[in-house]
Structure formats: C-alpha cells, structure tokens
Design a protein around this ligand. Structure first.
Ligand SMILES: Cc1cc2nc3c(=O)[nH]c(=O)nc-3n(C[C@H](O)[C@H](O)[C@H](O)COP(=O)(O)OP(=O)(O)OC[C@H]3O[C@@H](n4cnc5c(N)ncnc54)[C@H](O)[C@@H]3O)c2cc1C
Length: 295
C-alpha cells in the first residue's frame, strides 16, 4: 500500500511512524515538516519549511493526489493533529485519530470514554488519514540520512512568535525507569519536595496527576495520562492519586505500579501490583529512610 509519513524530523516520533508504515510497505515516502536532518531511508523525501498545518497551502494535498498515496500517517502531537483534520477534508479522506493498535488489513483500535473502552474499526481502501498515538509503537532505528526535495508552503496564516521550553530538572519523565507521581491527595504544592527526594534516591523523575496540575502544584508538562505524557517505567509510584481512567491511560505499559492512598477503595488499587493503604505523610518518609539505610 502506498504510504506517506508526514512528520517533523524528530527521530523518536518518526521512528514510531516508520514502525507502523512497515506493516504496509517496505520503504515509505516522507514529507518532513520544518528543519532538521532527516534520519532513515525512504523512497521519496520532501520537506515543507513550516510546521503549522494552516500555513501549508495545497502543496501537500496536491502531492498526495498526484502520487496516489493510499495511507497517510501522522502522529497525535499538536503538529500532527493541527494538520491531519484539514488534510483529510481537502482529500475527501476518512480520518481516525489517536490510533493505539493497527494491523496490515487496516483494522484499527483506539480508546473511547476516557480510556475506559477500546473501539475497533475496519477502514476501506485509501486515501486514509491516521494519527498515531505516541508511545504505543516501538520507534524503529533510523539508519542513515536522506536528502529532501523542497515542497512549497502556502500563505502564512498563523505566525509562530516564540517557542518556550518548559524548565526541566533531571531525567525526562518519559525516559525514567522510576516515576514518582503525586496527586491531589498531597494537599499542598510543597509536599512535592518529599516526592522529589524519593525520586532523587531512586534516580527517577517526578510526575503529576491532572488534579495536582490543576492545583498549580506542578507544571502541565509533568501531567501523566490521556491528555498528558505516556510513561512506561519499571516502577511507577502513584501517591495520593485516585486512579481515574484518564490517568491510567498514561501508565498502561508501566511494569510495576505501587499505590499509596489512604482510601482502600481508590481505583488505583485495581491497577497496582503493590498497595499501601495509608497517609503518604507516613509512608513516603518511611520509604525514604529505608532507601537511605539500604544504600
Ligand atoms: C477529557 C479528560 C482528560 C483528562 N486527562 C487526564 C490526564 O491526562 N491525567 C490525569 O491525571 N487526569 C486526567 N483527567 C482528570 C481525571 O479524570 C481525574 O480528575 C484526575 O486524575 C484526578 O486527580 P487525582 O487523582 O490527583 O485527584 P483526586 O481524584 O482528588 O484523588 C486524590 C486521591 O488522594 C487520596 N488522598 C487524599 N489524602 C491522602 C493522603 N494524605 N495520603 C494518601 N492519599 C490521600 C484520596 O483518597 C484520593 O484517592 C482528565 C479528565 C478528563 C475529563
């Protein structure tokens, strides 16, 4: 099936899309959005200078029509999502977003109802536009670099004024083998200090539920879940987190979940391998002491 990947040069995201594309073809074609060396080998590689879908004009849709692509793969990032819908409309193509599983006969899965249900779809022949949810597919190794041919962008309808990176300390959440997450049950923003101590001892990173982010205790970039980051650490501590389905959507591949919650009926205990029913103010310092003793 003739497949086109449309993505920035980010090798991790691109790698995930290449993994998906290999179900359908040997070497996909690619349109890179924005700057950066294009890693990996592709049939045909083009580049549009802009990353904002609104500024791409008709060049991309024209290319898809001329080349007769049957499957167009984007990622469920802000950039991919900004482009996928309007692109599908201009192609008159069906679109499925936030795809979590896919087979070679285009049977597709994605989550519904705050990740409480999985829906399965069968899509007919193309063109079909899909956005692939991050971290659900192993990123392929992209060997070598491919030169690109410039594709013209359209009129600039949205101007990117500034990109501000969130301040970050220590290991990025998505790369950490141990994640210590705090929820609204922590009661105050200052209480995150004790989670940071624990994460430091375990060489891990600190995450947050939306409850804690809404309280302003942690920055939005620390949020884990359906509308936050997806993590797959070896050990995941959920401290004062109720375990709403939208939170659990971010930790489905975490190997060992440890819950600390004073409500023994909290939903998080259904996902946890180990659970401590109690006040985190007692449990976390006790864990820290034990870790220091065993160090
Ligand atoms: C469209 C949509 C998307 C969403 N996306 C996300 C998302 O990406 N990530 C996310 O996290 N949420 C998300 N949510 C919100 C989600 O539904 C929950 O509201 C949220 O996860 C609750 O956060 P919480 O568990 O920290 O808070 P709460 O539900 O208030 O739970 C706090 C927990 O702390 C426990 N507790 C209280 N005091 C203590 C103590 N001293 N010691 C130990 N435990 C204590 C309580 O028993 C309780 O279980 C989304 C919701 C919607 C509608």
């Amino acid at each position: 099936m003739k497949t086109l990947i449309v993505e920035t040069a980010n090798p991790k995201i691109l790698g995930e899309l290449v993994t998906v594309s290999r179900l359908f073809c040997q070497t996909p074609d690619v349109v890179v959005l924005g700057d950066g060396e294009l890693w990996g080998s592709y049939g045909k590689a083009c580049r549009v200078a802009d990353t904002l879908g609104a500024n791409l004009g008709t060049g991309l849709a024209d290319l898809i029509r001329t080349e007769g692509y049957e499957l167009i793969l984007l990622s469920s990032t802000a950039i991919g999502s900004g482009l996928a819908g309007p692109l599908a409309v201009s192609l008159g193509a069906p679109i499925l977003t936030e795809v979590t599983a896919i087979t070679a006969d285009l049977t597709i899965e994605r989550s519904l109802y705050g990740s409480k249900a999985v829906a399965r779809y069968k899509v007919g022949s193309g063109p079909v536009v899909l956005t692939i949810k991050r971290k659900y597919f192993e990123a392929a190794d992209l060997a070598g670099a491919t030169p690109t041919v410039e594709l013209p962008a359209g009129a600039q309808r949205i101007a990117l004024l500034e990109e501000i990176e969130e301040e970050r300390q220590g290991i990025p959440l998505e790369d950490a083998e141990v994640v210590v997450t705090g929820g609204r049950g922590l009661g105050t923003g200052d209480s995150f200090a004790v989670l940071k101590d624990m994460a430091g001892l375990l060489k891990g990173a600190v995450g947050a539920s939306r409850g804690a982010v809404d309280e302003g205790w942690m920055p939005p970039g620390a949020q884990i879940g359906q509308t936050g980051k997806i993590v797959a650490p070896t050990v995941y501590f959920a401290v004062g987190v109720s375990g709403a389905s939208q939170h659990l959507a971010g930790i489905s591949n975490a190997k060992c979940v440890v819950a600390i919650n004073k409500d023994n009926e909290a939903n998080i205990f259904k996902r946890a391998r180990f659970g401590i029913v109690g006040d985190y103010k007692n449990a976390v310092p006790a864990l820290i002491n034990a870790l220091k003793e065993s160090a």
